[in-house]
Design a protein around this ligand. Sequence first.
Ligand SMILES: NC(=O)c1ccc[n+]([C@@H]2O[C@H](COP(=O)([O-])OP(=O)(O)OC[C@H]3O[C@@H](n4cnc5c(N)ncnc54)[C@H](OP(=O)(O)O)[C@@H]3O)[C@@H](O)[C@H]2O)c1
Length: 249
Amino acid sequence: MSYSGTTLAGRAAVVTGASSGIGAQIARELSAAGARVLLVGRRTERLGHLAAELGGDAAWLGVDVTADTAPADIVTCALEAFGRLDILVNAAGVFAPAPFTETTDQSLDEQWQVNVRAPFRLARAAAGHLREGSSIIFVSSICGYVGFPNSSAYCATKGAVELLVKSLTAELAPKGVRVNAVAPGNVRTDINAHLLADADYEKQMLASTPAGRIGEVEDIAPAVVFLASPAAAYIHGTSLLVDGGWVAS
Ligand SMILES: NC(=O)c1ccc[n+]([C@@H]2O[C@H](COP(=O)([O-])OP(=O)(O)OC[C@H]3O[C@@H](n4cnc5c(N)ncnc54)[C@H](OP(=O)(O)O)[C@@H]3O)[C@@H](O)[C@H]2O)c1
């Protein structure tokens, strides 16, 4: 199967975290590859602008992914808008760095809720509607591979995502549903803008990045389109590092 620019024609996708950063770019590139996309996030004005940019085939839903009813609301909205669901991308995430002994229960719970519990519940709600050839993609992180100081809670959530991908693969691959992750390195978005504003922090990050630059959202989204595409038909349960070589070095 070849990988072409219109490889997702006729497919319907949900992208959480589509109001900014990596999720927004994933939505753009899924749309450019021919998919109809439901954009999910809380900042509805941004979702509306992106839907307008993508054209008539895009829809949006303003929702907190941690809400009890969010999974059912998102799946229902996608099915009503598109009549089917083929691709679920869990990109919504939060990162609240703090020294281990200063990490509050509240911060731990919030990162767990958004980064693990919400995508777990959404994947569960979607699973019954995903036909053979469908795909679930989680946005993990290099923090799911290696430890970082001041990131214990976040690393714990991304480590959980990595094993969730493998566990869901064991259950869903026999049904023809592929489950994978993309694991970005440092990518310039709102989530780390306050950190990268510090030249010393950026220098420190670059020192560990063989590619010699901080990533851009455009570096991440094509990997998601590839994993969602028929070209990745035999790729199950993997986590694709897109990190400029961080973990390798
Ligand atoms: N940037 C990096 O260096 C990097 C590296 C590795 C992994 N990642 C991962 O990439 C993913 C996207 O992050 P990003 O870098 O693109 O940061 P971002 O621009 O801050 O995007 C985060 C997204 O998550 C959504 N979100 C957060 N909490 C939510 C909630 N309770 N309900 C609904 N949506 C929620 C936000 O939407 P609303 O605020 O509109 O709700 C926003 O669209 C995250 O999973 C992050 O962990 C990022």
